[in-house]
Design a protein around this ligand. Structure first.
Ligand code: SF4
Length: 459
């Protein structure tokens, strides 16, 4: 694993009338596919009755042969999973369902709780049984134990018990609820469709794809309730705060790498943010070169920023095989050695005899960078200088992002930039500074714990 791994995508839609919400949710999930490829699931509520379909694999694989356009209902939620806690199995797939008073409730979740042991003990002492090893089921059990208080109150009480990073979409009856953790670590946004439907999604690209318009991010510590009223042909929206204001700490890696460049977070399109990182990186350490290349796809936006700022031409240089997918795993060690060359082939005519500025979003283990630099040199590059459009990754993430262990992080293993250059074969290496990362994020407070070792205090 040479990149951090995402931790799921969530989607929810509430409609003023019965409509083909299964199809809309399916389309939204496809646009969130990059956030998790282990399993996918949809729960739809029709006349207040829930139906869940889920399966292992990509969204298109999970719903192959299913006519999602025939899934008609008032509210729907969906999930695409990357397993940070709990193994890859159907029982751990989401949405998860549970009895809620005389009704049923379903929940889909992105993130990671940090007080699960304490919560499991609490639930055990109250006789609650858990069937899976996921945080999602713990949250759902905490909600359902207060079913007699009504959905919004039950969710509010549960949210004040859980600690960690999360975005949730929940449905029961004709209500869709969206919740974001008090620090805003994991993303969730709200959009509206022309027919008066509202949508919640991990990223705004999922709202775009179903023809919606982004309204805003769900605020940290906020509960959004979207109640479908088919008799009045409207969706009633209400927003509640469940916790006091905390120092906001959205994950910087969402902006750097996880989220799609066409998504908007905190009012900033991530393509523009990434270009800005490239501009700042070049000014931080201007290097004479003939060509700027971005590692496809994660380094392209920052590379364009470097090119615009420096006036050095941008080219493709490396052609990516788009059909391998992020979860492609070769069966043997021998075959795995060829993975990077299978994924990236150089454009020799562009590279030959050129001084190359190679830009990637981050440098994590360094294994891919080493192989790419080797590919470029074999294709005739005269020099290869590496720009990392984020600071060195040196620390673990406790908030739902799967990073390699510390001993596998190149910036931990090797004590200087010179040693890293020598290991990966680069002529020079520049990391974006923490100050410039913060500037590119508009100076807004954020979590950069895996870079700085300083984490938001989740008290
Ligand atoms: S530690 Fe890193 S990956 Fe984890 S939430 Fe903070 S910025 Fe994101």
């Amino acid at each position: 694993m040479d990149k951090p791994k995402e931790a799921c995508g969530v989607m929810g839609i509430s409609s003023p009338s019965k409509s083909s919400l299964g199809k809309l949710c399916y389309l939204g999930l496809i646009s969130l596919q990059h956030r998790g490829q282990d399993s996918a699931g949809i729960t739809i509520s029709t006349n207040g009755k829930l139906k869940t379909e889920k399966a292992l694999g990509l969204v298109t694989e999970a719903f192959r042969g299913k006519d999602t356009s025939s899934w008609v209902g008032e509210v729907v939620i969906g999930h695409t999973r990357y397993s940070t806690t709990g193994e890859v199995s159907l029982v751990n797939s989401q949405p998860v369902e549970r009895v809620f008073g005389s009704n049923t409730i379903a929940l889909a979740h992105n993130g990671n709780l940090i007080n699960t042991a304490e919560l499991k003990e609490l639930l055990k002492n109250e006789g609650e049984e858990l069937k899976t090893s996921t945080d999602s089921e713990i949250i759902l059990a905490l909600i359902t134990k207060n079913a007699h208080k009504g959905l919004v109150e039950a969710v509010t009480l549960a949210m004040n018990l859980v600690k960690g990073s999360f975005s949730l979409v929940i449905i029961s009856g004709n209500k869709l609820i969206g919740v974001r953790d008090s620090w805003g670590i994991r993303p969730l946004c709200l959009g509206v469709l022309d027919d008066g439907s509202y949508a919640l999604a991990s990223e705004s690209c999922a709202i775009d794809v179903i023809g919606g318009k982004l309204i805003r991010d769900v605020n940290p510590g906020e509960i959004i309730v979207l109640e479908s009223n088919t008799a009045k042909k409207e969706v009633e929206l209400s927003a509640h705060k469940y916790s006091k204001d905390k120092v906001q700490a959205p994950c910087a890696f969402e902006s750097i790498y996880f989220s799609r460049p066409d998504s908007v977070m905190r009012g900033q399109e991530l393509f523009q943010f990434r270009k800005e990182c490239g501009r700042l990186l070049y000014n931080q350490s201007p290097i004479k070169a003939d060509l700027v290349l971005g590692v496809p796809d994660s380094g392209i936006a920052a590379a364009i920023g470097v090119s615009e700022e420096s006036g050095i031409a941008f080219s493709l240089g490396l052609i990516k095989n788009k059909y391998l997918g992020r979860s492609f795993i070769e069966p043997t060690e021998e075959m795995r050695k060829h993975l990077v060359s299978l994924k990236f082939n150089p454009l020799r005519s562009e590279i030959d005899n050129k001084r190359i500025l190679l830009v990637d979003d981050s440098l994590v283990r360094g294994t891919t960078s080493k192989k790419l630099i080797d590919i470029l040199r074999k294709a005739g590059a005269a020099e290869v200088h590496l720009y990392s459009a984020s600071p060195p990754v040196k620390h673990p993430c406790f908030f739902g992002i799967d990073l390699p262990t510390k001993k596998d992080l190149i910036a931990v293993r090797l004590s200087s930039v010179e040693k890293i250059c020598s290991k990966i074969g680069a002529d020079s290496l520049t990391y974006l500074s923490l100050e410039n990362l913060s500037q590119a994020l508009g100076g807004e407070s954020h979590c950069a714990g895996c870079f700085s070792g300083t984490y938001p205090k989740l008290d």
